[in-house]
Design a protein around this ligand. Structure first.
Ligand code: DQQ
Length: 468
C-alpha cells in the first residue's frame, strides 16, 4: 500500500479491500475446509477497471482477512487475455473449480480452472473457453457471470444475459462434467409485468435454496450503467423457477453480490460497494472499491427476507457509549456528548411518534453532515448526502430503499460507518449502503433528529470500531 493511503481519511479500515488499486465484484466465495475464501475482481495495474485478475483473501472468522497471491491472471493469446471476469467456485468431488468469464476481443465466454487443496494455485483448463458462444437463435445483450450448482441429475449453471428489445435474462445450462454444457432455456426473463424496472441486461445472477423457497438475485445493468441488485424469492422445481416476490435488495452503492452456503448452513453475502467520486479522485487516491460487510440472510415465515450483519463483527467493537429514552423533535439539533468518530457501529431504536422521519446524523460538524433516516411517510430508509461533503465533485444525491414495516413497529437503524462507507440494516429486513467523502477532520460528530413531528429514541448503542 502507498504510505499516503494509510492516512487517507476516506479509506475504510474494517471493511475488506485489497492493499491497493482496483476492486469490484466478489467472486468464487466459498467456505472450504473451515476457511472463508473471498476472490474478487482486481486490477493490479491501477485504480480503474481494466486487466481484471482474480484477487484472493481468506479468513477464519469473516472479519480478519489474509491477502493471498493473485488467483487468476489473464493469459496472452487465450480466451481470457483481456481479463478474468466474474464467476464462482464449486467443489467438484474434492477438486476446487473456478468457472469464470474469460474476456477477449470484447467477448466474454465461460472458462474454468482447477485449484490446489489450499485454493492458492490455479491451473486453467487447456480447452478454454468451454462455452464458445451464446445460445444460437437468441439475440443476446451480454453473456457473462456464472452461478453453478449440483443437482441429482448433474450440474446446472446460470449465465447473466439480456435479450434484445426484451430485457434481462438468466440463461440456464446443464452439464455432466463442468466442461460440456448444454443450453436449456432462460430460467427467468424480464417482462413488463414485473413491478420493478430491471434494465437491459442482468449481471451476476445467483440462485440458491433459502428455507422452503429459492432466491434469485441479479444486478441490473442498462447500457453501461449499473443500477441495483434485484432479488426474487419463489419456488424452484424441475429446473423451473416461479418468482413470487421481487424487491430491491439494496438501493445504494451495493452491486454484483455473491453468496455462499456455509458448512454450518448459514447464507452469507458480500457485494461490491462502488465509489461515489470521480475517476480523477480515485486515480489520485490510488485505490477504488470496497467489499460490503458479510450479510447473513434467511427467509422469515411471512416470506420476507431477514438480513443481518454477521455476528462475528462484534469482534471489532471497542469503547461503548449508551443513551436511552430521549424525546426528539424538529428542534433537536445538538450532537451527542462523548460520541464521535469515523469508524463506528451504531444501533439506534426509535418509536415513531407523529414524526414524518427520524434517524441518526453522522460525520457531523457545523458545515458537513450525513443523515440516515427512516421515513414513516414514504416507508423507506434514506441516506441524505446533500450536506455530506464540501467537495462539490463527489456524489450528493440521496439513496433510498423501501422498508415496509408493520404499523407502530419500533425501528432499529443498525449502522456501520467506516470512513467513506455507510451500511445500514433496518429491522434486519432491509439494507442500504452508501459512500460519503467529508472534507473536514472535525466532521466526526453523531446526533439524532426528528422531522415533521416528534419521535422517541428508546436506546442507542455506539461502539468505536477497530481497524483490521
Ligand atoms: N463486473 C465484471 C463482469 C460483471 C460486472 C467485470 C459486474 O463479469 O458483469 O469486472 O460488476
Amino acid at each position: 500500500m502507498r504510505t499516503d493511503q494509510l492516512a487517507d481519511p476516506h479509506r475504510p479500515q474494517y471493511h475488506f479491500l485489497p492493499p491497493d488499486r482496483w476492486m469490484n465484484d466478489p467472486n468464487g466465495v466459498i467456505h472450504w475446509k473451515g476457511m472463508y475464501h473471498l476472490f474478487y475482481q482486481y486490477n493490479p495495474n491501477g485504480p480503474f477497471h481494466g486487466t481484471i485478475h482474480w484477487g484472493h483473501a481468506a479468513s477464519q472468522d469473516l472479519v480478519h482477512w489474509t491477502n493471498l497471491p493473485i488467483a487468476l491472471t489473464p493469459t496472452p493469446g487465450s480466451a481470457d487475455e483481456d481479463g478474468c471476469w466474474s464467476g464462482c467456485a464449486v467443489d467438484n468431488d474434492g477438486i476446487p473449480t473456478l468457472l469464470y468469464s474469460g474476456n477477449a476481443a470484447m467477448q466474454q465466454l465461460l472458462c474454468i480452472a482447477t485449484g490446489s487443496d489450499d485454493l492458492v494455485h490455479w491451473e486453467k483448463y487447456v480447452g478454454n473457453p468451454v462455452i464458445t458462444a451464446p445460445p444460437a437463435g437468441l439475440d443476446t445483450v451480454g453473456f457473462r457471470d456464472h452461478c453453478v450448482w449440483k443437482e441429482e441429475d448433474g450440474w446446472y449453471q446460470l449465465i447473466g444475459s439480456g435479450i434484445k428489445d426484451v430485457g434481462g435474462a438468466a440463461l440456464l445450462y446443464t452439464s455432466r462434467n463442468l466442461i460440456d454444457w448444454h443450453y436449456l432455456r432462460p430460467l427467468l426473463v424480464a417482462d413488463s409485468s414485473m413491478p420493478i424496472w430491471s434494465g437491459t441486461m442482468w449481471e451476476c445472477p445467483q440462485l440458491l435454496p433459502l428455507g422452503d423457497k429459492h432466491i434469485l438475485f441479479l444486478s441490473v445493468l442498462d447500457g453501461s450503467q449499473a443500477y441495483y441488485v434485484l432479488s426474487f424469492t419463489g419456488s424452484y422445481a424441475n429446473h423451473i423457477f416461479t418468482p413470487e416476490r421481487q424487491e430491491i435488495l439494496d438501493g445504494g452503492c451495493f452491486y454484483a453480490p455473491q453468496a455462499l452456503i456455509e458448512e454450518q448452513d448459514r447464507r452469507i453475502m458480500w457485494g461490491w460497494l462502488r465509489e461515489g467520486r470521480s475517476i480523477e479522485e480515485q486515480l489520485a487516491a490510488g485505490w477504488s472499491g470496497a467489499m460490503s460487510l458479510p450479510r447473513l440472510f434467511s427467509l422469515r415465515s411471512n416470506g420476507l427476507l431477514n438480513i443481518q450483519p454477521a455476528p462475528e463483527l462484534t469482534l471489532l467493537r471497542g469503547k461503548r457509549s449508551y443513551y436511552s429514552d430521549l424525546d426528539l423533535t424538529s428542534s433537536t439539533s445538538s450532537l451527542l456528548p462523548d460520541v464521535q468518530g469515523d469508524a463506528l457501529e451504531i444501533i439506534a431504536t426509535f418509536e415513531h411518534g407523529d414524526a414524518d422521519a427520524f434517524g441518526v446524523r453522522v460525520r457531523c460538524s457545523p458545515r458537513e453532515e450525513t443523515r440516515i433516516e427512516y421515513n414513516s411517510q414514504e416507508k423507506c430508509v434514506v441516506i441524505d448526502r446533500s450536506q455530506s461533503s464540501l467537495n462539490e465533485a463527489v456524489e450528493h444525491h440521496e439513496q433510498r430503499t423501501s422498508a415496509e414495516l408493520a404499523p407502530h413497529e419500533r425501528v432499529t437503524l443498525h449502522i456501520f460507518l467506516d470512513h467513506s462507507v455507510i451500511e445500514v440494516f433496518v429491522n434486519e429486513q432491509v439494507c442500504l449502503s452508501s459512500r460519503i467523502y467529508p472534507t473536514l477532520p472535525e466532521s466526526e460528530g453523531v446526533g439524532l433528529f426528528a422531522r415533521g413531528g416528534q419521535a422517541r429514541l428508546t436506546s442507542l448503542d455506539v461502539w468505536e470500531m477497530a481497524s483490521l
